[in-house]
Design a protein around this ligand. Structure first.
Ligand code: HEC
Length: 245
């Protein structure tokens, strides 16, 4: 702001101040009135439609898909993008939001322009639109992610029709058996404590995979129960993993 702009601003300010009304009690009264109206509408809606309750919490569920409320999808997506590099998780969870908040706090200090017309603020305009677009995109992709209970890998193109059927069946069982809690397969699952299984078929033969599932090393649980209860599903899992070359 140069000297002339400063004087113009101060002149305008004192004019407005002289013709204006004091904050207390005028604005306070208006705000209180609005607060009362909002509360009344909420109470009215609650009495008319009731509060929504979700299903009862079930501590034994294995198919629950943990998801944040929609307005946190963008943060959730930032975390998800970085989830396979554990060193970056604190950066995604704490670093990025903190940097954004600090930038917002410091805005009055690094943006000293008195110009208020948006068409004369190209940098601010582009930065604002880019931020909104980024948050919208992250929110969309966060809302659109696959569940942690399914494998999103496509069958390799060199498989026969029967092998593709096994691939699909096996990946379904793997998704529902909780393997992704400990293993990465493609873009799904957690990186550890188990090793990634994306290319397990080129490392272990089907027999070795089957015996790992029957007699694994802790903390991996044994899936011998699946082999007795549903041999077909067990075989599908083994064949599916063997096809992950
Ligand atoms: C509680 C975590 C956990 C779960 C759940 C789990 N695993 Fe594992 N898995 C491990 C760990 C840890 C190892 C490594 C053990 C070792 O090194 O001997 C492992 C090893 C393996 C291996 C051998 C990998 C290699 O490179 O030698 C295979 C194959 C495997 N798991 C498949 C599965 C499948 C399929 C499922 C689901 C049906 C599953 N795991 C569920 C933790 C888990």
């Amino acid at each position: 702001m140069n000297q002339a702009e400063k004087e113009a601003y101060l002149r305008e300010y004192s004019l407005l101040k002289n013709e204006g009304k004091p904050f207390y009690p005028y604005i306070v009264a208006k705000d209180s009135m609005m607060a009362v109206i909002v509360m009344a509408v909420i109470i009215f809606l609650t009495l008319m439609f009731g509060a929504e309750f979700g299903p009862k919490a079930d501590p034994t569920t294995t198919t629950y898909v943990p998801r944040p409320d929609w307005y946190f999808y963008f943060l959730f997506e930032v975390l998800r993008v970085m989830r396979n590099v554990p060193e970056f998780t604190p950066l995604a969870a704490i670093g990025v939001p903190t940097i954004a908040m600090v930038l917002l706090f410091l805005l009055p200090f690094y943006d000293r322009s008195p110009e208020r017309r948006i068409e004369r603020r190209p940098v601010a305009l582009v930065a604002g639109i880019a931020t909104i677009a980024a948050i919208a995109f992250l929110t969309y992709s966060g809302a659109d992610t696959g569940s942690p209970n399914s494998v999103d890998l496509k069958p390799p193109s060199n498989l026969s029709a029967a092998q593709v059927a096994t691939f699909r069946a096996g990946s379904l069982v793997v998704g529902e058996s909780g393997c992704l809690a400990c293993h990465v397969i493609g873009t799904n699952g957690n990186n550890g404590p188990g090793p990634p299984l994306t290319h397990i078929g080129s490392k272990l033969r089907p027999g070795a995979i089957a015996s790992t599932l029957r007699n694994p090393t802790a903390p991996m649980p044994s899936f011998a129960g699946l082999a007795t209860k549903s041999p077909q599903q067990f075989q599908d899992v083994v064949n599916f993993l063997a096809e992950l070359q």
